[in-house]
Design a binder for this molecule. Structure first.
Ligand SMILES: [Cu+2]
Length: 476
């Protein structure tokens, strides 16, 4: 097995940190805008030097307010957390190296003028999770240094969630905008089950700028097979009950990541541990249970890693799965936009304040490129709700499901009772499939029937037979 950066004890700390991050955030976040005293000369010397002890944890910086005399200032930093952290004072242009759990480091700030400076951990999401503090240099109060406290305004939070103090405003989605020329929707077809019974799979974790809606890009955190483009959701894996999956996760990113297959029974503190950039681990399990399962990164704050795209689906077919004409996969998830090209906004994730709900990672993509089938063909759609936080009421307008399989069990199959189903209801991390046919030529919208989300990107179309394109290149 590969190097283990976290012992079980640290893992437990990490879980606790993940579970409490939201509370830490609520109690601990103070946004401070730095305004350095204009009258203090940066060339002043001879004021002596000072060293400030700083302790990092998941997810706080202690002390919350630190002070130093004007002049040479050095931070002596210890990471008491279970994941990588650093220290950044953007107003001084200073960022420490990433410190591993248990590691010490120093950050030489140089000759610092009197003033009040915002201190954060610049690992994405960590500032929004609570890792902010204030450094007061000199007698800032009486020397005329001015400070401005922004409190917990949304704007300040957005900046912090991006892990940058130059982030700017969140990107916005125009749900009526058409994708750019050359746009290709993600292939909605379900892959065939992997051949054989032992599956050697490598997944790379990385941070990648992807388009998530027409004209809108975000730095998504992703899984991809080697040599393939990173996507959100990650690759759809598929096998049979009894198959062994031997997955090597390689962290090709710049922050820690991990993976958690809901189809497996393994120790959370071993296979699901977080690994640092450049590290890898092997996650092996036998799929003993049929299901349409979520997989995801669980690195704290897990909400940020999942909300930022680190999820996919692994399908373990039930025995005697009936033949159909088409099989598709829809992964429903939310988008919480940060500034253009930057990571999603953890504060929005904490508040269930999504900007979009999407099928297979892109706003309304199958509205603009309908999924082509023929009338009366038998269609199976696997649906997995990867959330992180919103449910799904999967519905196809203009048809009735005659087969529903949810969370490992058939809820409905064709028989003499002639039952029909209108919605596959899924909570976050649930999955299943529906089967149906489309009776006539035409277009059939696919939605989550939680209708507030339809206008936020959770809309696609099936096209049965040759029919004229809809006005505007899609449906309504
Ligand atoms: Cu991750």
């Amino acid at each position: 097995m590969s190097p283990s950066p976290s012992s079980p004890d640290r893992g437990m700390l990490s879980l606790f940190a993940a579970l409490t991050a939201v509370f830490v955030f609520v109690l601990g976040t103070i946004g401070v805008i730095v305004v350095v005293n204009d009258t203090a000369s940066s060339s002043s010397t001879g004021s002596g030097s000072s060293q400030v002890e700083v302790t990092l944890s998941d997810f706080a910086i202690a002390p919350k307010t630190m002070s130093a005399a004007a002049g040479q200032v050095t931070l002596s930093i210890k990471n008491d957390g279970a994941v990588l952290h650093n220290v950044q004072i953007a107003a001084l242009g200073k960022t420490s190296a990433d410190l591993a759990p248990g590691a010490h480091g120093t950050l030489d700030l140089g000759n610092v003028a009197p003033g009040t400076y915002e201190v954060i951990c610049a690992v994405p999401g960590h500032a929004a999770a609570g890792m902010t503090a204030t450094l007061v240099v000199g007698d800032a109060g009486s020397s005329g240094a001015s400070t401005a406290t922004s409190g917990s305004s949304a704007g300040a939070m957005h900046t912090m969630a991006a892990g940058s103090s130059t982030g700017g405003d969140a990107a916005t989605i125009d749900v009526n905008a058409a994708p750019p020329d050359g746009f290709t929707a993600r292939d909605p077809n379900a892959p065939a089950p992997l051949p054989g019974t032992v599956h050697e799979i490598t997944l790379e974790a990385r941070e990648t700028v992807l388009e998530v809606a027409p004209g809108v890009t975000q730095q998504m955190w992703t899984f991809n097979r080697p040599g393939e483009e990173p996507t959100v959701p990650g690759p759809i894996l598929r096998g049979k009950v009894g198959d062994t999956f031997r997955v090597t996760l390689v962290n090709e990113g710049s922050i820690q990541h991990s993976i958690d297959f809901h189809a497996s029974k393994v120790a959370w503190s071993d296979e699901m541990r977080s690994i640092a950039p450049g590290e890898s681990l092997v996650y092996e399990f036998t799929a003993d249970y049929a299901g349409a399962y979520m997989y995801h990164c669980g690195t704290a704050p897990a909400l940020h890693h999942i909300g930022n795209g680190m999820y996919g689906a692994i399908i373990i077919d039930p025995p005697q799965l009936a033949p159909v004409d088409h099989e598709f996969v829809m992964v429903q998830s939310e988008l919480y936009l940060g500034p253009e090209g930057q990571p999603g906004d953890l504060t929005k994730m904490q508040n269930d304040d999504w900007d979009a709900v999407v099928f297979n990672g892109y706003v309304n993509q199958y509205k603009f490129q309908p999924i082509r089938v023929e009338p009366d063909q038998r269609i199976r759609v696997w649906v997995v709700d990867d959330g992180p936080s919103e449910n799904s009421a999967f519905h196809v307008v203009g048809t009735v499901f005659d087969t529903v399989w949810k969370e490992g069990s058939y809820l409905l199959q064709p028989d003499a009772r002639k039952g029909g189903s209108q919605v596959l209801d899924l909570q976050p991390a649930q999955g299943g499939f529906v089967e149906f046919s489309l009776a006539e030529k035409g277009y059939y919208p696919m939605v989550t029937h939680k209708f507030s989300n339809v206008g936020k990107g959770a809309m696609g179309l099936f096209q049965a037979g040759d029919v004229a394109p809809l006005a505007g290149g899609g449906g309504h």
